[in-house]
Design a protein around this ligand. Structure first.
Ligand SMILES: NC(=O)c1ccc[n+]([C@@H]2O[C@H](COP(=O)([O-])OP(=O)(O)OC[C@H]3O[C@@H](n4cnc5c(N)ncnc54)[C@H](O)[C@@H]3O)[C@@H](O)[C@H]2O)c1
Length: 349
């Protein structure tokens, strides 16, 4: 029986999300014309029109019929509650149990790194952030609201299963990609209950990969070391909140938010791939949005669909463009969003 083509749900989102996803789709069509792409009208406009965020029938269709979601940024000043973003993005992460948030910190052009004397061989790290637990489960509450005695509590929810699977994912990826160092980061000196679980499970899983060096750093030390000596790191695995912060630090090490890509993954199931940046209302509609994070996101998605060679081609083409200053103004170029895509497609051949 002939294998069917991968099916991708395309959700452009809001603001520059719409602009960069359109460019990402051009690249996908160029490199993988067999992909079946279906666009979904979800985002702030739709929410303001009819109150819809992520309808149940769409949620089921994505789960049953699609291989990946290609998502632009969500966020619009007209929706101050950001409810549509929470329900589409966080809803997908939690409801599809996309427990791996995978974010590369990969410097392509040394001139874009704010660290003195560091080049691409020094900044090449894969971060595995736990994506469904920790402090992001909204477990907690508020007592005596709007009184002088108001109390707020946010629980850090961590399960052995959740910790084990993200740590294992990091080691498996390291093993499959020829990496020899995995660093786990937590705050177990201050958060003792959650920390002891991370520490214990890390030791158990690491013992199954004796050829990989397993190390540990408190997250405050990790933040310092990422700036002082990023070359120490190949693979980092950490919890939800720490991963969120550390990967944004990483985005700057690689040249800025316009170059940061991410995947939300549960191996063997539908994945959700998105550039890390927001909808940038300050530059929306002006052709200034850098689409490179979206190209790299498309590459990550293709690799996860079993086409790693296409990701390599995208990374190399983005590298060539950056070195030639063929990029948008925030990275020192003069091209518009769609001109960057034109240049990329020419480079891809
Ligand atoms: N994953 C997501 O969907 C996501 C992530 C972050 C923020 N947001 C939402 O986006 C909206 C704006 O948030 P923000 O301003 O804090 O963050 P932002 O990432 O949208 O913008 C921060 C700064 O970076 C610039 N920038 C961002 N992406 C760029 C790109 N591709 N090319 C060039 N410059 C780029 C913007 O112009 C702005 O100056 C908010 O509604 C927020 O909730 C969504």
């Amino acid at each position: 029986m002939q294998k069917r083509s991968p099916r991708i749900a395309v959700v452009p989102g809001d603001g520059i999300g719409v602009e960069v996803i359109a460019e990402g789709v051009r690249v996908l069509k160029h490199l993988a014309p067999d992909l079946e792409l279906e666009h979904f009208d979800l985002g702030a406009d739709r929410y303001l029109r009819d109150g819809v965020t992520l309808p149940d029938d769409v949620f089921m269709r994505w789960r049953d019929e699609f291989d990946a979601i290609f998502l632009g940024a969500l966020g619009d000043p007209r929706v101050p509650s950001n409810v549509h973003a929470k329900e589409i993005l966080l809803g997908s992460r939690f409801r599809y149990d996309l427990y791996i948030n995978q974010r590369p910190i990969r410097l392509l052009d040394a001139r874009k790194c704010p660290l003195k004397g560091k080049g691409p061989s020094d900044v090449d790290i894969m971060v595995f952030r736990e994506n469904t637990e920790g402090l992001y489960t909204a477990v907690g509450g508020v007592l005596k609201k709007d009184t002088p005695d108001e109390v707020a509590q946010e629980a850090c929810v961590v399960t052995r299963k959740g910790v084990e699977r993200i740590i294992r994912a990091a080691f498996e990826w390291a093993d499959a990609n020829g990496k020899r160092r995995v660093c786990m980061s937590d705050k177990s000196n201050a958060m003792r209950n959650v920390g002891q679980l991370w520490q214990k499970v890390f030791r158990i899983v690491a013992a199954e990969y004796p050829h990989i060096e397993a190390s540990h750093l408190y997250v405050d030390v990790l933040a310092m070391e990422l700036v002082r000596a990023p070359e120490r790191f190949e693979v980092i695995v950490t919890g939800n909140l720490f991963g969120d912060i550390i990967t944004d630090l990483g985005a700057i090490l690689q040249g800025g938010i316009g170059l940061a890509c991410s995947g939300n993954i549960h191996p063997g199931q539908l994945g959700l791939f998105e550039p890390v940046h927001g909808s940038a209302p300050d530059i929306a509609g002006q052709g200034k949005a850098n689409p490179m994070a979206t190209f790299l996101t498309a590459g990550m998605m293709l690799a996860n669909l079993g086409r790693p060679e296409l990701e390599v081609r995208i990374i190399e083409a983005v590298r060539v463009l950056l070195l030639a200053d063929q990029t948008t103004p925030e990275l020192g170029g003069t091209l518009t969003t769609s001109q960057v895509t034109d240049a990329l497609l020419e480079q891809l051949g």
